[in-house]
Design a protein around this ligand. Structure first.
Ligand code: GLP
Length: 233
């Protein structure tokens, strides 16, 4: 695991942008994409660049259960607005929040098998979750339906009109799905991520209560943290 501490989120986003750009130039075909506030600037930089994803595939980490693609808080809508309108991919896959659990698990696992991820972009939750793999998620799990924890609902309610509107479930790539990516970049900006970054960077062994620690066994992970997120390491 390589940890790059940068002065602020702008520098971190620039670095991630450059890494994605180089990966594309070096032949990466399948990009694993994340949502949340953290990668927004990276998507903006990509959108404003001359990067061409028209021959690339994207697979997203997760989607809320019960939100249709055109719902303003769905991750489909987020990706469309933040990246795909400016930079369409040849094909973009995001879990379908309207499918039944059985359908979507089969569907998304097949998509991931057919489109192995070359470069996976990740954020991190304040409780150490990656994608929507909450504490306690088994490390060997593939796509699954997740019940969101109270802390994740609290963290994500800012996007919804009220807390009651935040979906309670999501479909998420599992930890084992994420580990299949050739290369992983995890972004963490701001003080609210400091404990999660400390827990990850100082982990001596995987800890099921800190899902991100699965990454210590991956051969190619770069953590890009700004000074605020790195302040406890
Ligand atoms: C959500 C997403 C994660 C994301 C996390 C952090 O729960 N499922 O993929 O990493 O939030 O979000 P933010 O970047 O807004 O802090």
């Amino acid at each position: 695991m390589e940890v790059k501490v940068v002065s602020n989120s702008e520098a971190g986003s620039q670095l991630a942008y450059e890494m994605i750009r180089h990966a594309l130039e070096d032949g990466a075909e399948v990009f694993g994409l994340a949502t949340g506030s953290t990668p927004e600037r990276v998507y903006q930089l990509l959108s404003e660049s001359d990067v061409d994803f028209s021959q690339s595939i994207s697979v997203n980490l997760d989607e809320y259960v019960g939100l249709p693609a055109d719902h303003p808080q769905s991750y489909h809508h987020y990706m469309q607005k933040k990246l795909f309108n400016a930079k369409p991919f040849k094909h973009s896959f995001i879990p379908n929040g309207m499918n039944t659990e059985a359908e979507e698990i089969e569907n998304y696992n097949q998509i991931l098998e057919e489109n192995p991820v070359d470069l996976q972009l990740l954020g991190i939750g304040t409780n150490g979750h990656i994608a929507f793999n909450e504490p306690g998620t088994p490390f060997d799990i593939l796509t699954h339906k997740v019940e969101l924890t109270e802390s994740t609902i609290q963290a994500n309610k800012r996007y919804f009109e009220s807390e009651a509107d935040v979906p309670r479930y999501a479909y998420s790539m599992g930890l084992a799905s994420i580990m299949k990516a050739d290369k992983i970049i995890l972004l963490a900006f701001g003080e609210s991520k400091a404990q999660a970054i400390k827990d990850l960077v100082t982990a001596q062994a995987v800890d099921p209560l800190i899902p991100s620690t699965v990454l210590i066994n991956h051969p190619d992970v770069t953590i890009i943290a700004d000074e605020a997120a790195a302040k406890l390491i």
